[in-house]
Design a protein around this ligand. Structure first.
Ligand code: SIN
Length: 503
């Protein structure tokens, strides 16, 4: 038996990205909140977001209707229209709150907010900060504010491994630290805001810890999931970094194309006109799939992004982070073509929530990349994800604020701690290889069946031989999410959005 720390709180928030912190800031200060984060605050996908946050500050009906339409078109028909309406209509109040909280969005010389475009947007409606460091600026502002909140306790370096459950009611979460210390947090309301799933692929733009912990724990607890087959691959990830450095991959933001950059194949020819009349600003699924076809036809591992005509002065000011990163690898954006290729970027599916952010489990909410609110359909419109975090974060906070005060129930949970010398690294690596080969942009029956056999073998073995260590749960969560994605991809026979089946 191992000693287990026991804590109680009104609210437990699992995850320290935008979905978690923005919700916390909207919860009444009279409620006690514990935020548990697997990484130190700041190491999240939200922090890495470059392009920006979509949303109309102008609440004219016609303007909002265009944002709804763009979101619907990008989503290819598989969305929840009511959720999209909430997303678009509630954008301005939440963007204004971010501005009031002090997020330094970029403005022109008259103080007017600057807006950009990305794929699938028919107009400029994306706010950005620090040029291409939007996530960093939002998160630094919110982290500073949350640290001042007396009702909030932050526990860093603890990951969720199981939800505390009784009769389909959630009572909090069982957490394990990176040193295998245990902590059970009991709470009247629990929010899953655990982020993405990038670590189940070999290459991803995600932060390292993105092992889909919230989705896997919710699945084990019996929560309803939705849309797991829909994984969004970002079209333009810096190929130089993919080829040379292991780990998280560097994004060349879609906003670079939004400001006028082109895509060229390795023969120096522009090609998007062959695939879509919206050219480089077609929705992300179309651009990624077109790049794959072009790479296949030219026997190449990459295409180029050409931003040379935008000029050094503009590029350095508008995209300081990207410009610097390219330079570190020897590329001058004003004179060189930048090699790029598609890479895993965003898990669209997840724990199903309703319009208040509630899951199918009582007292369990979900927000951000680990949830499926229905707004992204079969392909997410660029920069709608940070917006989803704030719109649904506010709704969840309102729902929690309405709950009457109640005694938090808690009890002792015995943990039979067992360690072994298993090396889970090869299991994780084989699953990542498999996902990147057979459950990538182009999917076929044979490949999916092969992937199912490999993943099921690991998943079943892991389930048969449980060990309560961080290393085990990392492997189990990766295997669980990979299985959920592969099974859902196998079951959906047609091509739609970012799920492309060739047979
Ligand atoms: C980007 O900057 O290209 C990423 C934006 C997003 O994923 O919404």
């Amino acid at each position: 038996m191992k000693k287990v720390r026991k804590l109680t709180s009104d609210v437990l928030i699992l995850g320290g990205g935008l979905a978690g912190l923005y919700t916390a800031l909207n919860i009444d200060k009279s409620k006690k909140i514990i935020i548990a984060s697997k990484e130190p605050l700041g190491l999240s996908n939200s922090y890495l977001a470059q392009g920006g946050i979509a949303g109309e500050l102008n609440t004219d009906e016609k303007v909002l209707a265009k944002h709804i339409e763009d979101t619907l078109i990008a989503g290819s028909g598989l969305f929840d229209k009511d959720a999209i309406k909430e997303l678009v209509y509630d954008a301005s109040e939440n963007l204004k709150m971010l501005i009031d909280l002090g997020v330094p969005f970029d403005v022109d010389e008259n103080g007017k907010i600057l807006l950009t475009r990305e794929g699938g947007h028919s107009t400029r409606r994306i706010l950005h900060a620090g040029g291409d460091a939007t996530g960093k600026n939002i998160m630094e502002t919110l982290i500073a504010l949350i640290k001042k909140r007396e009702n909030v306790t932050i526990i860093e370096n603890y990951m969720l491994y199981n939800l505390i459950m009784k009769d389909n009611v959630c009572y909090g979460g069982e957490l394990i630290s990176m040193d295998n210390e245990f902590c059970n947090v009991f709470a009247s309301s629990t929010l899953l805001a655990t982020g993405g799933i990038g670590a189940i692929y070999k290459d991803s733009t995600n932060a390292h810890g993105a092992t889909g912990d919230g989705i896997a724990a919710a699945y084990r607890a019996g929560a309803k999931l939705r849309g797991m087959e829909f994984v969004q691959f970002h079209p333009t990830v810096f190929y130089d970094v993919i080829g040379n450095i292991k780990g998280q991959k560097f994004l060349i933001s879609e906003a670079v194309r939004g400001e006028g950059a082109y895509l060229l194949n390795i023969n120096g020819e522009r090609f998007m006109q062959k695939y879509d009349k919206r050219l480089e600003l077609a929705p992300r699924d179309v651009v990624s799939q077109s790049i794959m076809k072009e790479m296949y036809d030219t026997w190449s591992q990459y295409v180029y992004i050409d931003a040379r005509h935008l000029g050094k002065k503009f590029l350095m000011k508008r995209f300081p982070t990207i410009y610097e990163k390219c330079l570190e690898s020897g590329y001058h954006m004003e004179s060189d073509l930048i090699p790029v290729a598609p890479v895993e970027h965003f898990g669209i599916g997840g724990v199903q929530i309703d319009l208040d952010g509630e899951t199918s489990i009582t007292n369990l909410f979900a927000n951000g990349e680990c949830c499926s609110s229905g707004v992204h359909g079969a392909n997410r419109l660029a920069s709608n994800s940070l917006l989803e975090c704030v719109v649904f974060g506010k709704k969840i906070a309102q729902k929690i604020n309405e709950k009457p005060e109640s005694e938090v129930e808690s009890w002792d949970i015995e943990i039979s701690f067992s360690v072994n010398n298993n090396n889970y690294h090869p299991i994780r690596e084989e699953i990542r290889e498999t996902m990147s080969k057979y459950v990538f942009i182009v999917r076929d029956t044979e490949g999916l069946h092969l992937a199912q056999r490999i993943i099921d073998r690991h998943y079943n073995n892991l389930c048969k031989h449980p060990f309560t260590t961080v290393d085990y749960y990392r492997a189990l969560n990766i295997a669980t999410v990979a299985k959920l994605i592969t099974d859902a991809a196998e079951a959906r026979k047609e091509s739609i959005g970012c799920h492309l089946r060739i047979n």
